[in-house]
Design a protein around this ligand. Structure first.
Ligand code: BTN
Length: 250
């Protein structure tokens, strides 16, 4: 067990020592302090940075979460990164990539820290009831195909459980890259199977969801090929929730 003082700093050099991915994370833009890594990565993507470019910060003063929330980002207590993607697929498939990131994060926490991470739809990584990581996927522009996308990943590392951040981030990048290639090749089935296996609220659980049309309740019936949540509703039908979040396990 290491404490904060003895843990290895998360810098481009320490990351590169552990990196096993082919492309993701090889071009690194590092900031000791920044507003939001997602904002910087969106600017870089718009200016033409290639797929796999990574913005890495020690500290964010304006970290952003989903649904206009803020993301607390204290120095040396977490991993704050944003990755540039250029998938070129229809925009409707964008949620699949945030999903891919969540599966990669949960898997990396298992591999590097033996933490039993699960996923709460759509892409919260949880250990028990505690959220340990969140994903913020963003695109700019309104083209029918995603020309550029940024995936922001925030992981809260508990130093008593897992001290060094560089091996965790290297594992996330490798796992993300590998799964992303399969999804882009039109083979999301493996990813969706993994998501199901990692789901903290598996099929059959009754949940309340805040979706595009407000709150609804039902029983988890899985996710479809685009990452939408399928809910069996009390009336007997199945509702498809394309985006939103599970707000309560009933
Ligand atoms: C969530 O609400 O669960 C998503 C949180 C995403 C936080 C990360 S930290 C790195 C990147 N930069 C941001 O401003 N947000 C994301």
């Amino acid at each position: 067990m290491k404490d904060e003082q003895t843990s290895e700093a998360l810098t481009p050099a320490s990351l590169q020592r552990h990196l096993r991915s082919a492309v993701f994370g090889h071009r690194i833009f590092y900031y000791p302090t920044i507003g939001s890594t997602n904002d910087r990565a969106l600017d870089l993507a718009t200016a033409g940075e290639p797929e796999g470019a990574l913005v890495l910060a020690e500290d964010q003063t304006g970290g952003r979460g989903r649904r206009q929330r803020t993301w607390e980002s204290r120095a040396s207590l977490g991993i704050y990164v944003s990755l540039v993607l250029r998938p070129g697929v229809p925009a409707i498939q964008a949620p699949l990539f945030t999903f891919t990131a969540a599966v990669a994060v949960a898997d990396a926490l298992r591999e590097t820290c033996h933490l039993p991470g699960g996923i709460k739809w759509p892409n919260d990584v949880v250990v028990g009831r505690r959220k340990v990581a969140g994903i913020l996927g963003e695109t700019r522009g309104s083209e029918p195909r995603i020309r550029e996308m940024v995936i922001g990943i925030g992981v809260n590392v508990n130093h008593s459980v897992c001290a060094d951040r560089a091996p965790i981030l290297a594992s996330i990048l490798e796992g993300f890259e590998r799964r992303y290639a399969r999804v882009l090749a039109g083979k999301p089935a493996d990813l969706l199977r993994e998501w199901e296996a990692l789901s903290a609220l598996p099929r059959g659980r009754r949940v309340a969801v805040e979706g595009p049309h407000g709150r609804c309740e039902g029983t988890v019936a899985g996710v479809d090929d685009e990452g939408a949540l399928l809910l069996d509703t009390p009336g007997g039908g199945t509702t498809r929730v394309p985006f939103g979040e599970i707000v309560e396990a009933l």
